[in-house]
Design a protein around this ligand. Structure first.
Ligand SMILES: C[S@@+](CC[C@H](N)C(=O)[O-])C[C@H]1O[C@@H](n2cnc3c(N)ncnc32)[C@H](O)[C@@H]1O
Length: 253
């Protein structure tokens, strides 16, 4: 992960939970369903845990499971463990379950990340690693940007294109040592209520715009997003959301 990207996550820790629109949590919940059920004696790695979306879901299912929640950005981890301690070196074949939710593509060396997942997983254990295929908020944002600045280069999220492909995720996990890798597609929704916080976290990408253009663009973005939105269910509520597509790699050792 680059210094710039790490700085982004350090600053974004407070905003993070508001900016995911529930989408990373929904993928985590459904991805956990693709693994053997977590049991009281399970030892689970929440790799690049962020603010603990995966950890909280694992503990909700099985409060006595042991969860190792590890993150690079200290601010993120402090949200989860107030003493801010980082974990020790992890022995080979430690975890029964290993989850890396929307993070492998951010590691400086993703193959090494995959090797770590493989090395620390017990034989018979299973890992899930997720990446995005489509981010439903990008088209309405690009359209808004072109509304404010016709002819400008459309905004791209700073994730290399290759990480939006299922094949790349599969190859990376195989490079890490896994022989049994299946990548399954998953669709979730991004709650439109969270878009203003997301927009706030993106605004540093839009250099050279006046404050007036920034707020005009936000209005256009919200209007475009509502036009693209569909009704979905989250925590028993009906919400308006943007469709997001994920790749979920289920890797068995
Ligand atoms: C998009 S967030 C996902 C967080 C969490 N897994 C979730 O599902 O909400 C990516 C996380 O990866 C962390 N990260 C990036 N590179 C890392 C690395 N090399 N080691 C550990 N964590 C890393 C970031 O600090 C950030 O918290």
């Amino acid at each position: 992960m680059s210094e710039h990207a790490l700085g982004h996550f350090e600053q974004a820790a407070d905003l993070y939970d508001k900016t995911t629109g529930g989408s990373t949590r929904d993928v985590a919940i459904r991805a956990l369903d693709l693994l053997p059920a977590v049991a009281p004696d399970s030892i689970v790695l929440d790799n690049a845990c962020g603010t603990g979306v995966v950890t909280s879901e694992v503990l909700r299912r099985e409060p006595t499971a042991r969860v190792h929640a590890v993150d690079f950005a200290a601010n993120m981890q402090r949200r989860l463990r107030p003493d801010g301690r980082r974990g020790p070196h992890v022995a080979d074949c430690t975890f029964t379950h290993s989850i890396t939710n929307f993070a492998l593509h951010l590691f400086g060396d993703a193959s090494k990340g995959a090797e770590h997942i493989y090395r620390t997983l017990k034989p018979g254990g299973a890992a899930v690693v997720t990446t995005w295929e489509e981010l439903g908020y990008i088209p309405p944002l690009q359209k808004a940007q072109l509304g404010v600045r016709p002819g400008s280069t459309p905004f791209r999220i700073p994730i290399p294109d290759v990480w939006f492909q299922a094949e790349h995720l599969e190859e990376t996990m195989k490079d890490g040592g896994f022989e049994d890798v299946e990548v399954v597609p998953m669709e979730v929704y991004y709650a439109i209520d969270s878009l203003p916080a997301l927009y706030e976290s993106f605004r540093h990408f839009f250099t050279g715009l006046t404050e007036e253009q920034i707020s005009q663009m936000e209005k256009l973005f919200m209007g475009n997003a509502r036009a693209d939105g569909v009704i979905f269910q989250q925590d028993g509520q009906e919400l308006l959301g943007l469709r997001m597509k994920a790749h979920v790699a289920v890797c068995k050792k």
